[in-house]
Design a protein around this ligand. Structure first.
Ligand code: ATP
Length: 321
């Protein structure tokens, strides 16, 4: 079984016990471990795949707690560093009545931002069949250089590169800088997954159509995916394009749906990357990934809601909406 290395941040979201209120009005908060790259790693192992998380945590109780959660979920933690000085990142999240989220981050700086290139576990990174990453690790140094080095070493060793930008605008100094930096590593990826909102942000066009998606195509790209919330996803490969519908579920919290989608997809293709060149096979994998995304919205929090294989089979049996 091929190893998927997921690089980036892991943090704790503090989620209000009562939704629809402002952060100041919230009577209390629950700890919800998260961070997209960590969610992706757990999405993979929950389905029986092999994953490692590479990043930095604070050498504090929260950092130890997060590493423990990865271990309980059978994610390899040999690529984690602990910072003696800085704290594990925290985010306070408001869940508005319409289900949309707003974030307030405590990162001044947090341990994840302080990962240095020389701290990387290069043996682990070079053993990746797939190397997956986001864009939050590009925001500041020294983490940005660590990201670039990890990505380059993985690529040199033959890894397939998977990129989910996971735009979090409040973390960037400006929207222009976010766009520039997110696009600065665009041409290195073999697979890119964006959400409909990210497509709008990156293209500057309010239209979600084939033309705007294809404006994000680059010559070395093998697969571009655009996720559309409850409407499923669109896919673009060199020789074909199409869409897969979403699965009808009662969504209570969409946190982690995209991570579940991309993690399950990577778990399905890691041992046979030729799947993404074959439309019929790719569609089957994307149906599976959409079912995973859908299931993840049915429970609060990301990690508790990531499905195992038998839960996915149940939803697949009911068919799409
Ligand atoms: P995130 O909120 O984690 O950043 P994202 O915006 O990247 O997620 P989404 O488009 O919200 O990604 O979701 C990814 C996939 O999960 C979708 O393509 C879809 O298949 C499934 N999904 C998401 N929300 C729903 C929903 N409400 N009902 C059914 N399926 C859903």
């Amino acid at each position: 079984q091929g190893l998927i290395v997921s690089f980036g941040e892991m943090l704790i979201d503090f989620v209000p016990t009562v939704s629809g209120l402002s952060l100041a009005e919230a009577p209390g908060f629950l700890k919800a471990p998260g961070g997209a790259p960590a969610n992706v790693a757990i999405a993979i192992t929950r389905l029986g795949g092999k994953a490692a998380f590479v990043g930095k945590l604070g050498d504090d109780e929260f950092g130890q707690m997060l590493a423990g959660i990865l271990k309980e979920n059978k994610v390899c933690t040999e690529g984690i560093n602990f910072d003696k000085g800085a704290r594990t990142a925290l985010a306070f999240v408001t869940l508005r009545d319409d289900g949309e989220r707003e974030f307030m981050f405590y990162r001044n700086p947090s341990a994840d931002m302080l990962l240095k290139p020389e701290e990387l576990n290069l043996n682990l990174i070079k053993s990746a069949k797939i190397f997956h990453y986001g864009s939050i690790s590009l925001i500041v140094e020294p983490c940005r250089s660590a990201h670039m080095k990890a990505m380059e070493e993985a690529k040199k060793a033959g890894a397939f590169l998977s990129y989910d930008p996971n735009l979090r605008l409040p973390l960037w100094p400006s929207a222009e800088y976010a766009k520039e930096q997110i696009l600065s590593i665009w041409n290195k990826a073999d697979l890119i997954k964006v959400s409909d909102n990210e497509l709008e942000f990156l293209t500057g066009s309010s239209k979600i159509n084939d033309e705007s998606a294809m404006s994000l195509w680059h010559p070395n790209l093998k697969l571009l995916l655009v996720t559309l919330g409850d409407k499923g996803c669109k896919y673009y490969a060199k020789n074909f394009k199409g869409s897969v519908p979403g699965y009808g579920v009662k969504a209570v919290d969409t946190t982690g749906a995209g991570d579940s989608f991309v993690g399950s997809l990577l778990a399905k293709i890691v041992d046979d990357l030729s799947i993404i060149q074959d439309e019929a096979k790719l569609k089957e994998v994307l149906k599976y990934a959409c079912a995973c995304g859908a299931i993840t919205t049915t429970k609060k929090g990301a990690i508790p809601a990531l499905p195992n294989h038998s839960e996915v089979l149940e939803v697949l049996k009911t068919g799409p909406k």
